[in-house]
Design a protein around this ligand. Structure first.
Ligand SMILES: NC(=O)c1ccc[n+]([C@@H]2O[C@H](COP(=O)([O-])OP(=O)(O)OC[C@H]3O[C@@H](n4cnc5c(N)ncnc54)[C@H](OP(=O)(O)O)[C@@H]3O)[C@@H](O)[C@H]2O)c1
Length: 240
């Protein structure tokens, strides 16, 4: 009996949720390619995965680099879109509204641009999984900007699932997850925010990158899931 090997590309696979997803997916039936901008970070991630993945450094916000990557890559089966932005947090009254545009440029456009460039070579029986954020589903002060950015991805996914069928298109909305995304805060501040959110979250803790990787792996592997928002937040959505 021959086993078909599938190939997953994780954009933003050199850190946090993307890296945990690559670690979760690697196996006898799955080849994985990870990407990121920073070559050293990418090499570190590659080493931490025992060199068991392919890697490519490029900036997903640069359309030329994106199209060159997918042209070189050739046919593949699944696309995970974990590239990140960090702008848009804070009270609305003082929110710098240009941060919303920057957030779109840093997160929404790169994720959409990668899917668009991948379409000619992405297996139509495969999948694309975006990563948004639960902030787009919360009625809680201080997240209007980041919700506006991430809400775009929640909105387009059901449309793309129908327009691009039979390709399956889904999105994961993580809660507060302990990853380097939070490194812009000083350690003490970060721990205070994590403790606050752990207290608000019904499961009593914040998330680990592996929690979200499990949700992504489910969407990649389940051939009957499409157009879905899978919220992976420990119940924060209902309690914040
Ligand atoms: N952590 C949380 O609490 C949380 C909550 C909700 C949603 N999310 C979302 O989850 C996704 C993953 O975040 P994370 O927490 O895993 O963050 P992370 O640890 O900072 O990882 C982000 C990854 O994206 C890559 N990346 C960023 N911009 C890129 C670009 N323009 N081109 C190519 N690669 C790029 C980074 O590598 P380079 O910097 O080297 O490019 C890195 O591999 C993001 O979309 C984030 O918004 C996170």
């Amino acid at each position: 009996m021959t086993t078909t090997i599938q190939h997953t590309v994780v954009i933003g696979g050199s850190s946090g949720i993307g890296l945990a997803t690559a670690r979760k997916l690697i196996g006898p039936g799955m080849k994985v390619t990870i990407t990121g901008r920073n070559q050293d970070r990418l090499n570190g991630a590659w080493k931490s995965l025992g060199g068991a993945v392919e890697k490519a450094a490029f900036d997903a916000s640069k359309p030329d680099e994106v199209s060159q990557f997918f042209e070189r890559l050739g046919p593949f089966d699944h696309l995970v879109l974990a590239a990140s932005g960090g702008k848009g947090l804070g009270p609305f009254q003082t929110l710098d509204l240009t941060d919303i545009g920057s957030g779109v440029d840093e997160k929404v456009r790169p994720q959409l641009s990668c899917l668009q460039a991948a379409l000619p070579t992405l297996n139509k029986s495969g999948s694309a999984t975006f990563i948004s954020a639960v902030s787009a589903q919360l009625a809680t002060p201080g997240v209007a900007g980041i919700a506006a950015i991430n809400g775009m991805l929640l909105t387009v996914v059901p449309i793309l699932a129908v327009e691009l069928r039979p390709l399956r298109v889904n999105v994961v909305a993580p809660g507060v997850i302990d990853t380097p995304w939070w490194d812009f805060l000083a350690e003490e501040q970060r721990q205070a925010i994590f403790a606050e959110y752990a207290g608000k979250t019904p499961v009593g803790r914040i998330g680990r990158a592996e929690d979200v990787a499990d949700a992504i792996a489910f969407l990649v592997s389940n051939g009957f899931m499409t157009g879905q928002v899978l919220t992976c937040d420990g119940g924060l959505r209902f309690a914040a």
